[in-house]
Design a protein around this ligand. Structure first.
Ligand SMILES: [Zn+2]
Ligand SMILES: [Zn+2]
Length: 283
């Protein structure tokens, strides 16, 4: 893996003279979000395995192709399956990030959603959730995280300040295919935009199938084989532009769609490109 990184750097050095940009050019960053066993989402009924269990399968596939992955875990996932989470955190190609404490399935988030129509509710609730998530991940894995993705990409205006105050350096919530690189948010916090179409919203999978869902719910969704080909095309364009392609592929969505066959195909495609963790983007 290090060799590939160096090759990337050499190529970049020929293109730009600013060392600050070395890690950003023609790189890929593969990420996945992982929720607790007790979480009930639209994909949950379609797999007998927990998301943490599926993450082990996902991580082993990525490892076969020498790809680093950043996995955003809820704090509760760490509490409910500590041994498996610890095993994932110990894999040398895996980085753990935070994904809120309970993906808003905690009592206060439910109350705030009813009162204010947003689970984040007031600032102190959000601040507590961030700190509790970071401390839980630390207590289970021994790792102090620096990367974060909000569940449902749900930020408030306070989020960057609260994340930075809690020691987070990177947040990856902004879904924007036009962006090519990271952006500064505030102080020491940077944003890593998801610039390749995420899986869950664009895939025909689970309950989102022709005949199972209203056609209005299927607009913009494609089969797993079409999705993976589209993702490859988008990654190639970003790489050719000298950018950083940040991909979101959930372990559960990849499993439900086709048992991770397409995910392995994607990893095979990504193998030649230099890759980094979210926290490996070094401004
Ligand atoms: Zn989520
Ligand atoms: Zn899904």
């Amino acid at each position: 893996m290090e060799k590939k990184r160096e090759e990337g750097r050499v190529r970049v050095c020929e293109l730009v003279s600013q060392p600050i940009l070395l890690e950003l050019f023609s790189m890929i960053c593969l990420t996945g979000d992982v929720h607790q066993r007790s979480y009930r989402g639209t994909d949950t009924p379609f797999s007998p395995f927990s998301e943490v269990e599926l993450t082990i399968k996902y991580a082993k596939i990525a490892a076969r192709y020498g790809i680093r992955i950043t996995l955003f875990l809820t704090g509760k996932a760490c509490l409910e399956e500590p041994n498996d989470v610890r095993n994932i955190a110990q894999m040398p190609h895996c980085e753990i990030g935070g994904h809120t404490f309970a993906a808003f399935r905690d009592p206060w988030s439910r109350i705030y959603r009813k009162l204010f129509r947003t689970p984040w509710g007031n600032e102190s609730h959000q601040a507590r959730d961030i700190v509790k998530t970071i401390e839980t991940i630390h207590s289970v894995t021994g790792h102090r995280i620096s990367a974060w993705r909000n569940h449902s990409y749900l930020q408030t205006v306070e989020s960057p300040r609260l994340l930075e105050a809690a020691g987070i350096q990177w947040v990856s919530d902004d879904v924007n295919p036009t962006k090519r690189s990271w952006e500064p948010l505030s102080g020491n916090l940077g944003s890593l935009p998801i610039n390749v179409q995420p899986d869950h919203e664009h895939l025909l999978h689970g309950k989102y199938q022709i005949g199972k869902s209203k056609s209005s719910k299927l607009v913009g969704r494609v089969s797993i084989s079409e999705w993976v080909e589209q993702v490859k095309g988008e990654v190639q364009v970003i790489i050719d532009d000298g950018g950083l392609a940040t991909i979101l592929a959930h372990p559960l969505c990849m499993e439900v769609a086709d048992g991770m066959v397409a995910f392995e195909d994607l990893c095979r495609f990504l193998q030649p490109f230099p890759n980094c963790w979210v926290s490996g983007v070094n401004p």
